[in-house]
Ligand binder design. Structure first.
Ligand code: HEM
Length: 440
């Protein structure tokens, strides 16, 4: 579908074939990102990875993050952090079960889990549970709300003034300042080794090696001629790890558990699989996950119905092109509707049903090669955090299924569970997921 959003020509892509044309066959032409005023102010003029224009800066920062944080080898090396943090999550739920028989807010617990893991690997210690972590969570919450606000200046530049009148500019400036102070504090702590050692010992014990901030500071000190890494770049890249990595991961888990609550037979099947594999050990580790095909299919099926970024991230064409017979002018904004593609009845049988078994014997995966299923996007700008996110989600789901029986708060029927979606770039449940957890 072709549209004009103010002065910006736009194309909405809702078919797998067109997505393949854009993200594979003509990927280079469509690898730019449009400038978005709100994010641009908060992420230092888009000096991060996710919103950086296509080019040398983007290539450099993306490859540093992939190499140091998101490659298969690095993701494996963080295994002990995932195991510790998922155990903390289980402990937290057990404590709330024993202290009260009322429901718990599982959404909140999942946010803490993903924040805890991302902060330990990026910053070397955990921002979780304390005042600092609360502050960071609130800043990202405000950003989520702002990102769901229509900003006329993105589409009609001369209307930018409206944001001064309606208060949007003031909100964005205030938030940008809060984020900047926060990241400044993180960098200062890293420079001050003594402070840092205390903090690492307090809350992260074994994570004493170099974290992402250390690595970025080291690259800055080495002053590589090919890459000028200013402090703004360091802040923008850390921002991305939280902005792109935490909400998406916890949202994916939140939807998976909500679907399981609505489908008790599926919940029973996945619990049986996990408990059978755990056997007398009464524990699961990452080595066990390979023996859990049903759990993996549940995660896929949930990502199919509820991709956390249903419209991926917008792209922009850098030259005139033709896609499936349609002329697309340079500077066109391209929005890929991964949500609609994953529910296309021409591609999926009974697409609205939650049916994990559909992934058995198909080979369809989310790695960006099957364009009917692209929750992580595809091509050059595809998500570099797939391995990281899936490792967290599989282990967390397995531990939840092993340790608890979950039910809806009293009186609520499965079919009544509210599955409405909140506004924002990352689409989580509108209402928090409240559950009764009984230790198994
Ligand atoms: C379930 C969890 C996640 C989902 C569903 C998800 C989804 C996505 C999507 C759809 C994109 C845009 C892809 C495109 O334009 O083709 C993206 C980009 C990105 N993601 Fe993820 N993501 C997840 C987790 C993570 C994690 C854990 C990290 C890092 C810690 C991460 C880092 C990034 C970055 C840096 C980009 C920008 C890539 C670029 O523009 O070059 N993501 N993600």
């Amino acid at each position: 579908m072709m549209l004009r959003l103010g002065r910006v020509p736009a194309v909405i892509v809702s078919s797998a074939d067109a997505a393949c044309e854009i993200m594979k066959n003509q990927d280079l032409i469509f690898s730019n990102r449009p400038k978005m005023i709100i994010f641009d102010k908060i992420i230092y003029g888009s000096k991060d990875i996710a919103l950086a224009p296509y080019g040398e800066h983007w290539r450099q920062v993306r490859s540093i993050c992939v190499l140091q944080l998101l490659s298969n080898k690095r993701v494996q090396s963080f295994r002990f952090i995932r195991e510790e943090e998922t155990s903390v999550m289980v402990g937290k739920i057990r404590d709330s079960c024993s202290s009260s028989s009322s429901s718990i807010d599982l959404s909140d617990i999942l946010v803490s889990l993903s924040n805890g893991i991302v902060s330990r690997v990026s910053l070397g210690w955990k921002y979780s549970g304390g005042e600092e972590s609360r502050k960071l969570e609130l800043m990202f919450k405000e950003l989520g709300e702002l990102s769901g606000t229509f900003n006329p200046g993105d589409y009609i530049p001369w209307l930018k003034w409206i944001n001064r009148i309606n208060g949007l500019d003031a909100r964005v400036d205030k938030l940008a300042k809060c984020f900047d102070e926060f990241w400044e504090g993180v960098i200062e702590e890293h420079k001050n080794q003594k402070n840092r050692e205390n903090k690492v010992n307090e809350s992260s014990n074994k994570a004493g090696g170099l974290d992402l901030v250390d690595i970025l500071l080291k690259i800055q000190r080495e002053n590589m001629p090919s890459f000028d890494i200013g402090t703004d770049v360091i802040k923008a890249v850390i921002f991305d790890m939280f902005g792109a990595g935490t909400d998406t991961t916890s949202t994916a888990l939140e939807w998976a558990i909500a679907e399981l609550l609505r489908h008790p037979r599926t919940m029973e099947k996945v619990c049986n699989e996990v408990r059978r594999v755990a056997g007398s050990k009464l524990e699961v580790t990452e080595d066990d996950l390979e023996k859990m095909p049903y759990l993996k299919a549940v995660i896929k099926e949930s990502l199919r119905l509820h991709p956390p970024l249903p419209l991926l991230l917008p792209r922009e064409s850098t030259q005139d092109s033709n896609v499936m017979g349609y002329d697309i002018a340079v500077g066109t904004r391209v929005i890929i509707n991964a949500w609609a593609i994953a529910r296309d009845p021409m591609l999926w049988e009974n697409p609205e049903d939650f049916y994990p078994e559909r992934f058995f014997n198909t080979g369809i995966d989310f790695k960006g090669l099957n364009f009917e299923f692209i929750p992580f996007g595809s091509g050059r700008r595809g998500c570099p955090g797939i391995l990281f996110a899936i490792a967290v989600n599989e282990l967390a789901l397995a531990k939840l299924m092993l340790n608890f029986n979950f039910a809806l708060p009293s009186g609520e029927m499965e079919k009544d569970l509210d599955m409405s979606e909140a506004h924002g770039t990352t689409v989580h449940k509108k209402l928090p997921l409240l559950v009764i957890a009984t230790p198994h």
